[in-house]
Design a protein around this ligand. Structure first.
Ligand code: ADP
Ligand code: MG
Length: 323
């Protein structure tokens, strides 16, 4: 395998949840309306994502695993208009360089599908196969050829927590898509497609959430903020149930997180971590999604206005509900 792929893999693929994220992004980009995720041993031995999306044509299968092969952008200008989740053409090549990958795919319009195997960047097999329309990617023995990475992984519980969060992010951003999550022998989620936001949230976090959810929405010429938050008095507190999305991508944003949590603090007079999901929609030109290869840290052209608007919307929603 080429050294450069292994190095790139280190940036994009840090742990099992990074694989889950990249595969889910691809299934979503492929227009799937049902996605099944199968995990074994917290993703160490198996991560499989099965979708009913577009599928991949025979002549494009090898290309998927080439560095910087993306079907999603044509020129650099497109980078600023990206609406698909993927655009770098890095993920599949990176994953294949550090794992044993089996891809099965068939386009809806084709009679025959294909099975392609690639281990540590080396092609193992490529043959016609009877498969369902859509794409299945099975990633086995992650980091089998990168001892240092393998040793760097945390406990199964921690790695699984990261996977769970990744699936939750995808399922919240796409309530129209059905998601199944199976871990070892347990069905963790079986969420039907075309759910309302409230159904999706209570389907994942528990029925008790349903009654406590408050929706909000505000639009300016620069930014649309909408989302849902939980009454801190009615839901149990749990760190890790706070979600922020920009143009459908899950992001981390310290300043915004701090701002929202401090509203809750002044509200309840104690440190609280209630559920919230905040969706920000902006012109892609106004946000730089390129600051980190894993695409999590996002920088806004005008951070201050974004914070100010979001803060006022959330405050208003809480006040209207409870004063
Ligand atoms: P990117 O998503 O940035 O384009 P990836 O390395 O993630 O790059 O994927 C490479 C290409 O493989 C994609 O552009 C897409 O054409 C194809 N691909 C990967 N996964 C799927 C899938 N589940 N369904 C359809 N096409 C896929
Ligand atoms: Mg991708």
């Amino acid at each position: 395998p080429e050294i450069s792929n292994k190095i790139a893999a280190g940036e994009v693929i840090q742990r099992p949840s990074s694989v889950v994220k990249e595969l889910l992004d691809n299934s979503i980009d492929a227009g799937a309306d049902h996605i099944k995720i199968v995990i074994q041993n917290a993703g160490r031995t198996l991560i499989q994502v099965v979708d009913n999306g577009s599928g991949i044509g025979k002549e494009d299968i090898r290309l998927c695993f080439e560095q910087h092969a993306t079907s999603k952008i044509q020129d650099m200008d497109d980078l600023f208009r990206v609406r698909t989740l993927g655009f770098r053409g890095e993920a599949m090549a990176s994953i294949a360089s550090v794992a044993q990958v089996t891809l099965k795919t068939k386009r809806h319009e084709d009679d025959m599908g294909y099975k392609y195997e690639i281990w540590g960047g080396e092609e193992k097999s490529f043959e016609p196969a009877a498969v369902e329309a859509g794409t299945s990617v099975a990633v086995r023995n992650l980091f089998f050829n990168v001892r240092a990475r393998r040793q760097f992984l945390k406990t199964d519980a921690t790695e699984f927590r990261h996977i769970l969060k990744t699936v939750q992010q995808a399922a919240l951003a796409n309530p129209d898509i059905g998601f199944e999550l199976i871990a070892d022998t347990d069905t963790i989620y079986d969420l039907p497609k075309e759910q309302s936001m409230k159904e999706r949230i209570s389907g994942m976090f528990g029925k008790s959430y349903k009654a406590s959810l408050i929706k909000f929405r505000e639009e300016t010429s620069y930014l649309t903020v909408h989302g849902i938050l939980a009454d801190p008095k009615l839901t149990k507190r749990s760190r890790g149930e706070q979600f922020i999305f920009v143009n459908g991508r899950p992001i981390q944003h310290r300043w915004l997180t701090h701002t929202i949590l401090s509203i809750y603090d002044t509200w309840t007079g104690e440190k609280d971590y209630p559920f919230y999901a905040i969706f920000l929609e902006v012109d892609p030109k106004q946000v730089d999604v390129n600051v980190h290869p894993a695409k999590e840290e996002v920088k806004f052209e005008d951070e201050r206005s974004m914070i100010k608007l979001t803060k006022s919307v959330v405050k208003k929603a809480l006040n209207e509900q409870f004063l």
